[in-house]
Design a protein around this ligand. Structure first.
Ligand code: ADP
Ligand code: MG
Length: 482
């Protein structure tokens, strides 16, 4: 048994997601990303004396939305707490957060695990405001502060220590990002900091029940970095323990240039946040009615659609997963299957020619030039044998994207792409193949029946793919055996 196999990693993730509200959590300042530094700052954001916060109802709604999508229990009686600490990017000297009463409790997020799936248990989802940004590299002598982000609404999604490898952590953040985008509560843009992840990592001997001492790696800003940081931490901890050392509880940071982490502070230096209920905001009570209305507004979730596509429409897991990669694609597919019953063909088109076209042209499905009705029209033509799939995808499909036309059938006719099933027309090709291949015809007649494929293939070539192979085969059989 290798050294590594002796140990098991235990991971808990804390993800901050910036809510896609127009304004901030406690005032009307714009929550938009970017802007000139300190453009989105009113006296409330800046924490001037005498200003009062007011809770953004949309942010509360989004937090509940996320909670319901994760099967959390929704807290009916909510209040905010002050988390006090001093930092230049925190203009009030405290952050308004939720301490003992997170708006969502428990719940889980389902991730892919091996051939199946696994529920990663959540501890909580709570609402809080973001801090501003300190910029250290803009000026030679001073640190600059931009308060545009200060007060922007966040939810923090905290898992139980229920993740056991870097790979699982990768899957979890991938799934979380899809989910927040799917239900439109966050744009999921990690590069802009809309999703930020802190990874808590510990190791223990396999079979051990007690959790080991954890370190927390802060502010991972890509899914790749989440994975790399955890991989590095696990290796580092195993090495420490194997050398007889002990793990100290630390906060660490990830250096993407070297794929390593380094300590920024030990736990002894931890802040005492002196939490107390926020006196400037009254507690808010959530009615059943409001929670129900949020629930009703939720779209079908990826897991539900995955199940439906496999169990009801007979799609493969792979096809279903491709379609459910993002909500816009699933929406398109849902519209498409209102116009065709050939679900497998619909999925093949979406995951084949359509995806390829969109990728090649760097387009999103929303920018796709064919409506679901138009694509269904094309599918029908193939299904009815009026055109074969290969000509439909390689010639008619691009033609439909590049021109105006009435129906796919008319355009195919105009471009002379329709399958030729007319026996008279096909017969000429069949005869010319028989004339040309006299030797092969003799062999066939002696019993080499496998040559039929060759004959039909020749006609297909001559017709540039348009000859209906079924009719052609029949013609050959008639002429050779008759
Ligand atoms: P803290 O008070 O240090 O913030 P919490 O108990 O609030 O710690 O947990 C923060 C995160 O760390 C959660 O996601 C939790 O699952 C995770 N966590 C807690 N203990 C451990 C551990 N020993 N190993 C790995 N993750 C842990
Ligand atoms: Mg923490």
């Amino acid at each position: 048994m290798s050294v590594i196999d002796k140990y098991e990693a235990v991971i808990g993730l804390e993800v901050h997601a910036q809510l896609a509200t127009n304004s901030k959590l406690f005032c009307g300042d714009s929550a938009a990303f970017g802007g000139e530094p300190n453009e989105h700052v009113s006296p409330i954001t800046l924490g001037h004396p005498g200003t009062l916060p007011k809770t953004n109802k949309k942010a509360v709604e989004y937090a509940i939305r996320m909670g319901l999508a994760c099967n959390c229990e929704i807290e009916r009686y909510n209040y905010f707490a002050r988390k006090n600490y001093f930092y230049p990017d925190l203009p009030k000297g405290y952050q308004i957060s939720q301490h003992t009463t997170p708006i969502c409790k428990g719940g889980y997020i389902t991730i892919k695990a091996g051939n199946g799936s696994r529920n990663i248990q959540l501890n909580r989802i709570h609402l809080e405001e973001d801090a501003g940004k300190s910029i250290h590299d803009l000026d030679d002598y001073y640190t600059c502060v931009d308060y545009n982000r200060a007060g922007v609404a966040l939810i923090e999604i905290v898992t139980e220590p229920d993740i056991f490898s870097a790979e699982e952590a990768w899957q979890y953040v991938t799934e979380l990002r899809r989910l927040v985008r799917w239900i439109s509560v966050c744009d999921g843009n990690m590069e802009e900091g809309s999703l930020r992840c802190d990874a808590n990592v510990s190791i223990r001997l396999k079979g051990e029940k007690k959790l080991g001492t954890k370190v927390e790696v802060k502010n991972l800003n890509s899914i790749r970095n989440v994975k790399r940081a955890i991989e590095y931490e696990i290796d580092r901890m195993i090495e420490v323990v194997e050398k007889g050392g002990i793990i100290t509880q630390q906060t660490r940071s990830f250096d993407a240039a070297t794929d390593t982490t380094f300590a920024i502070r030990d736990k002894e230096e931890a802040n005492d946040y002196r939490y107390f209920p926020e006196p400037d905001l009254s507690p808010f009570h959530l009615t059943e009615e409001f929670i129900q209305s949020v629930n009703k507004s939720l779209p079908a979730l990826p897991q539900q659609l995955m199940f439906k596509y496999q169990s009801q429409l007979g799609l493969s897991e792979y096809d279903a997963a491709q379609i459910c990669m993002e909500k816009e694609t699933a929406d398109y597919f849902e519209a498409l299957i209102l116009h065709t019953n050939n679900y497998k063909a619909a999925a093949n088109w979406m995951n084949g020619p359509v995806r390829q076209y969109l990728n090649e042209n760097k387009l999103s499905i929303e920018e796709f030039g064919l409506s679901p009705v138009q694509l269904a029209d094309l599918l029908k033509l193939v299904e009815e044998g009026k055109i074969n799939f290969s000509i439909a995808s390689s010639r008619l499909f691009p033609a439909m994207l590049g021109s105006t036309y009435n129906t796919a059938f008319e355009l195919a006719a105009e471009l002379n792409l329709l399958q030729v099933s007319d026996a008279n027309e096909l017969e000429q090709w069949v005869d010319s193949v028989l004339d040309k291949m006299t030797d092969k015809v003799k062999e066939y007649k002696k019993g080499k029946r496998g040559l039929m494929g060759l004959f039909v293939g020749e006609v297909k070539k001559m017709s540039r793919g348009k000859a209906d192979p079924k009719v052609v085969t029949e013609l050959f059989e008639h002429k050779l055996n008759g």
